[in-house]
Design a protein around this ligand. Structure first.
Ligand code: TRP
Length: 324
């Protein structure tokens, strides 16, 4: 039997190449594991309850991004959290024995209240406090053994294990304790050197055309000490170089030519843009294939059905041991 995986992302708008390595990692996992990938639309509300989000659209957009990178609905279940109500029932049942102090102790909790508070969001809500518990329910409802996540999510997985342990101790041994799987995620800056983010307008979108890629790469900040083409360069301070390290197999040659002043920034950028396009072109092609509204809706409907079959079994067990 294949081990089971659950992972999810909040539908916060279309993805950029900073998200690519996470998704490529999921694509690799879909052969080896039984995978459930959820667009966690309820989670989007925990911080965005005032934002009038069009969650249906955002969810479809995210599913299409996933499909374009190569997630295959024949191999994994792709669905929206809100379409599998078992997540909500499990969240409710777990909440009955979850100490509030455990939730308040999750490291991101107070930080986020502060940070988003300064942006005008009041996160002193029941839903936001329960964010990690809803996440635990997402994972446990599939009895997932493995959860691929970024490093920032480790405290949430640890919390999930504590909830599993508490349930097993109070009722019966139903839940395995999940392990995080930390994928290698190279940190890519935006074209201006700050964190890559759609809201900074410094990102390369997964859907970027060759022209858009070229435009963004031309905006990348280079070594300020290089004025003429044959000045020796310092790749360590250059944004273009950071991208070459990921997208260009012959990065050592480029580095050397830069240091020796043999390749100018214009040529170096053109070459990078070509290499980024080699990765994004197949994504654009797959996107074309899936891009009809009906197809994505069908993927989400079938994914939810697969997910419900497993989640339903878990809930049967949970209800039974809890006395329902
Ligand atoms: N909290 C995760 C994030 O922000 C998203 C998420 C929700 C998740 N539920 C999950 C990730 C369950 C893994 C498993 O990235």
């Amino acid at each position: 039997m294949k081990k089971r995986i659950f992972s999810g992302m909040r539908p916060t708008g279309s993805l950029h190449i900073g998200h690519l390595s996470v998704l490529q990692n999921w694509v690799k996992l879909q052969d080896e594991y039984e995978c459930f990938f959820g667009v966690v639309d309820w989670h989007a509300l925990t911080t965005g309850y005032e934002d009038k989000l069009n969650l249906k659209e955002l969810t479809k957009e995210m599913a299409l991004d996933w499909l374009s990178v190569g997630l295959d609905p024949q191999k994994c279940a792709i669905f929206a959290q809100s379409q599998v109500k078992e997540h909500a029932e499990l969240h409710l049942l777990l909440s009955m024995f979850t100490p509030i102090s455990w939730l308040e102790r999750v490291p991101t909790y107070k930080d986020q209240i502060q940070q988003l508070g300064s942006e005008g969001k009041d996160l002193h809500t029941y839903g936001f406090l329960g964010y990690p518990l809803l996440m635990a329910a997402d994972i446990l409802v599939y009895k997932a053994a493995v959860v691929p996540v970024g490093e920032d999510q480790i405290p949430h997985i640890e919390f999930c294990r504590e909830i599993a342990r508490r349930f097993n101790h109070l009722f019966d041994k139903v839940f395995p304790e999940p392990k995080e799987l930390i994928g290698e995620v190279p940190l890519l800056p935006g074209v201006d050197g700050r964190k890559m983010s759609k809201s900074y307008n410094n990102a390369i979108s997964l859907t970027a055309s060759p022209d858009e890629i070229g435009f963004r790469v031309r905006q990348m900040v280079t070594d300020p000490q290089r004025i003429r083409k044959d000045d020796p360069g310092h790749p360590e301070v250059c944004v273009v170089y950071k991208f070459h390290k990921i997208y260009s197999p012959d990065v050592t040659t480029i580095e050397q030519e830069c240091r020796e002043g043999k390749i100018g920034c214009v040529a170096c950028k053109k070459y990078l843009a070509e290499n980024i396009d080699k990765v994004l072109a197949p994504c654009r092609e797959r996107r074309q294939m899936w891009a009809s509204e009906d197809k994505v809706e069908q993927v989400l409907a079938e994914g939810a059905e697969k997910a419900r079959a497993v989640a339903g079994q878990t809930l049967d067990e949970v209800r039974k041991v809890m006395g329902f």
